[in-house]
Ligand binder design. Structure first.
Ligand code: GRG
Length: 295
């Protein structure tokens, strides 16, 4: 366990160092945007999506610096979505990652632009990948296409629309919403790692199955943590879903059934990795770590 925690920390530190380079502050007329971006990116965050990208790549190759630009780009897209999700026009959350949310610290105008800037930076990083990484242009385009689709109106934004503007009263619609809102980027994180690593069609199908079930399990856990998590662990007051009368797996199923569902989904996701033999062990450990996480 200790060894696996080190495995995670090593990757998390590398991701943070690379993002620092990509997001270096500028001393110019628009320096405030760099302050806001850095504030939100480095406020904390588990870095689950970029770690999934690296770990999916590691099914095929060991040099994790190769998929690193994609891993950083994915974390930037994730952070942009959190900044925008916290805005008064959306979820109206005052806290994120244990700190005042971006708009609380910098104002709504800067928060909107910080989110937009992170989204653009993500694709700038991808288009800037040069030959020293030895990734073929075809792979870069395919991975970029998968990421853009997953972040857009048929993916994460689609799920956000369902959350904001659709009646949510059944397990079916709840699952649809989360497969898109939370699941799409988790799914893309794994597929991008696989694509850059050279996965064939069948290998991508197994990664797809793994990450879809993992994404749902992740969301069920998020709902459970909203009820059972400690404020200092989850970085915001617990019970906000109930206070905001949100439909969640917990409000729909109750805590015990939600826990059972999370375990089943995690087990299902892990079984998709059997295809990769012992190469899948790190991703399996990661899925189990997420099942037991505190935030
Ligand atoms: C505004 C375009 C747009 C989309 C918003 C992802 C999303 C869509 C909103 C986030 C709302 C939310 C809290 C969803 C629950 C699951 C989730 C994505 C939690 C946050 O991800 P973590 O736990 O966060 O990986 P850290 O801070 O660790 O990176």
């Amino acid at each position: 366990m200790e060894e696996f925690n080190e495995w995670i920390s090593y990757r998390k530190n590398l991701i943070n160092k690379e993002m620092e380079l990509f997001l270096e502050k500028r001393n110019n007329f628009q320096s405030i945007i760099y302050n806001a971006i850095n504030y939100s990116i480095f406020a904390g965050g588990k870095r689950i999506r970029p770690i999934l990208t690296l770990a999916s790549y590691e099914l095929f190759d060991y040099d994790i610096l190769v998929p690193m630009p994609f891993a950083c780009a994915i974390e930037m897209i994730h952070t942009y979505s959190l900044i925008h999700d916290d805005l008064p026009a959306m979820d109206d959350d005052d806290y994120r990652r244990g700190n005042p949310s971006c708009h609380k610290k910098f104002g709504e105008d800067i928060a909107i632009l910080a989110g937009d800037a992170l989204l653009n930076k993500a694709y700038e990083i991808i288009f800037n990948i040069n030959n020293d990484k030895n990734i073929s242009p075809e792979k870069i385009i395919e991975a970029g296409r998968v990421l853009a689709y997953a972040s857009g109106s048929e993916g994460m934004i689609g799920g956000q629309i369902v959350d904001l503007h659709h009646e949510k009263d059944t397990l079916e619609i709840l699952e649809y919403m989360h497969l898109h809102k939370t699941g799409a980027l988790i799914n893309a994180s794994c597929k991008v790692g696989g694509i850059i690593g050279g996965a064939d069609e069948e290998e991508l199908v197994h990664l797809d199955e793994f990450s879809k079930n993992l994404g749902l399990a992740f969301q069920v856990k998020d709902d459970i943590l909203d009820v059972e998590g400690k404020n200092e662990d989850i970085g915001k007051p617990s019970g906000s879903d109930i206070e905001n009368k949100k439909l969640t797996y917990v409000t729909l199923l109750g805590v015990e059934k939600a826990k059972k569902l999370e375990k089943e989904l995690t087990e299902k996701s892990i079984s998709s990795l059997d295809y990769f033999g012992s190469n899948g062990d790190c991703l399996k450990n990661l899925a189990n770590t997420l099942l037991h996480r505190k935030n």
